[in-house]
Design a binder for this molecule. Sequence first.
Ligand code: ATP
Ligand code: ATP
Ligand code: MG
Ligand code: MG
Ligand code: MG
Ligand code: MG
Length: 260
Amino acid sequence: SEDCFKINPDYIRSFVFESKLMPSTWIVIRIDGCHFHRFSDVHEFNKPNDKQALDLMNLCGVAVLEEFQDIVFSYGVSDEYSFVLKKDSQLYQRQASKIVSAIVSFFSSVYVMKWKEIFQNKDLKYPPSFDGRAVCYPSNDILLDYLAWRQVDCHINNQYNTCFWSLVKSGKSKSEAQNHLKGTQAREKNELLLKEFGIDYNTLPLMFRQGSSIFRVKTENTSMLENDASSIVKTETKIVIEHCNIIELSFWEAYPSILD
Ligand code: ATP
Ligand code: ATP
Ligand code: MG
Ligand code: MG
Ligand code: MG
Ligand code: MG
């Protein structure tokens, strides 16, 4: 009816709740697969670590960095990825819900699009989804503490899961394996792996033990001009994936431009 033209748009807009992230702070968007315990079961991921599933997560992570120029670093493990946006980012005027939803939906779409590239002989059985959240970290030290926390989590979970699945594959039930590991320290877990299963934990693939870090590096490309002794130096930025220790400060000292 004609009445609907009488609505004052400012009145409608006054209900919108906008939460803007604190200015001049690192923004971390962490996304995590919804119910991937089930998703990994249904899609028969290798346990404890399916390399292809991690490769797919990493492809999505790289695509996100290509799409969102303000992301300076990202760290992935299992079904999660943390994306760090530069301190002065003005992406969506720093509105948390816009940034989170844009990144999480882009990531999910790429996951589905690239599935067949990675799993050539496996069908995607249902649409995967991810949740996301935004947190601000006010200093470099606190940001590095956050990332160290994620990498410690990766290590602890991987060590536990490697033991757990070794026990299960050797014939124990899941609850027997759980009880066997209850209260054991890191050193005891490594001993169990070595003595009972001949696995030296420190020789497992770096991607499983350290997770994946994606970031930009600047490379200087020198090319000689034809029929000329002079050369031109071009600086190019490329995106790299590494499986390295990001708890030690030496990593950040080796790539000072990340937190510039
Ligand atoms: P939520 O929805 O609360 O996140 P979830 O089932 O996804 O629940 P998480 O704590 O996120 O629980 O754990 C993810 C689970 O997904 C792991 O426990 C593991 O079983 C499985 N998973 C994820 N990635 C892999 C992988 N690369 N290889 C094997 N299993 C994996
Ligand atoms: P933003 O990222 O800011 O949302 P946008 O380009 O998506 O930018 P919108 O205001 O959301 O801008 O408008 C969506 C645009 O998408 C429309 O202007 C129109 O051009 C196009 N579009 C969406 N749905 C249709 C459709 N069903 N048929 C034709 N065009 C469409
Ligand atoms: Mg979750
Ligand atoms: Mg999950
Ligand atoms: Mg998870
Ligand atoms: Mg739009």
